[in-house]
Design a protein. Structure first.
Length: 314
């Protein structure tokens, strides 16, 4: 009888630690690259339907981190180098957007702190992060980066089937390796027809933060860059820091800046305005795409605060 040979296994790189050693081990607390939602050694995702502004959002995050500045209400404690991978945007459009973004930020990023790998400049196309060979192709360019932005999953993580969790394994292993090496990764992704992030939900398992961007229910294209930020996963922060906010890009004296307010406060104001216009609570719920119970709650508060007086005083 021929006995099967056990293949040689190299387990020399596996480190085992007992509970006593682990409890006593000095592990530096994680800082934030952009407080409070983008931690160092963090894995995050922002997703949205087409046209909401996810690339615009990601570029502003990148520039704030690279410059040690701020974006909306989030601050970067210090500038760190970033690498931005873009697999979709035409180079001329990216150039126009970055010019506007630089003008809107108070702090300037050093050129070596912000580097791009753009699809338009790759003769052989973008490396595929779903393929170990593609990961190796990127290896020389990520050495100094503390934040890697992958914009977006469908164009840069191309191998496998989007709805199969196993297809994400190779990218997940790469992301975990980046984290172990001290880097953060922000994935940019599309929303599906149902509104959730497109494809397998396994992508969210290892993530610290998941952000969904949506247009307000009464959004009009004339409003330009206006969207709601919803934290669907917030590991390590909560309460007011994780509250949904509505953001809009405003221009004053030829200088652009971001205004923001609580989605709850904004919805309250819209409910009051529609009540004053004579709409029923059912119509308001349909108009704003919210629950009728939410409309009722806002209406009750408006009456108590004197912000709305129904006809007849009732």
């Amino acid at each position: 009888m021929v006995q099967a040979l056990t293949p040689a296994v190299d387990n020399s790189n596996i480190e085992v630690i007992d509970i006593g050693q682990f409890i006593q081990k000095t592990i530096p607390p994680r800082k934030n690259l952009l407080a409070p939602w983008l931690p160092e050694k963090g894995l995050c995702m922002v997703y949205a339907p087409r046209g909401v502004g996810k690339t615009f959002f990601a570029l502003n995050v990148a520039y704030a981190v690279a410059s040690g500045g701020e974006f909306i209400k989030w601050n970067a404690p210090e500038p760190v180098p970033i690498l931005y991978l873009d697999g979709e945007m035409p180079a001329i459009t990216m150039q126009e957007r970055m010019t506007a973004i630089i003008d809107s930020h108070l702090k300037e990023a050093e050129p070596e702190n912000f580097k791009f790998i753009l699809n338009d400049f790759q003769i052989m196309g973008m490396p595929d992060l779903s393929d170990p060979l593609g990961q190796l192709q990127l290896e020389p360019y990520i050495d100094k980066a503390k934040l890697i932005i992958v914009d977006n999953i469908s164009t840069i993580c191309r191998s496998g089937k989007e709805n199969e969790s196993e297809s994400w394994n190779t990218v997940q292993e790469w992301a975990l390796r980046m984290r172990a090496q001290g880097r953060s990764v922000l994935f940019v992704h599309h929303a599906g027809k149902g509104g959730a992030q497109r494809g397998t939900s396994k992508r969210e398992d290892i993530l610290d933060t998941v952000i969904a961007l949506r247009h307000p229910s009464d959004y009009d294209p004339s409003q330009g860059a206006t969207f709601e930020v919803h934290f669907e996963k917030s590991r390590g922060f909560y309460g007011d820091e994780a509250e949904s906010i509505e953001c809009s890009l405003t221009t004053l004296d030829d200088k652009q800046s971001w205004a923001h307010s609580s989605v709850t406060q904004t919805t309250y104001k819209r409910v009051v305005d529609l009540l004053s216009d004579g709409l029923s609570q059912t119509d308001i719920a349909r108009e704003l795409n919210i629950n009728k119970s939410s409309v009722s709650r806002h209406a009750k508060k408006a009456k108590e605060c004197g912000d709305y007086k129904p006809a007849g005083g009732k």
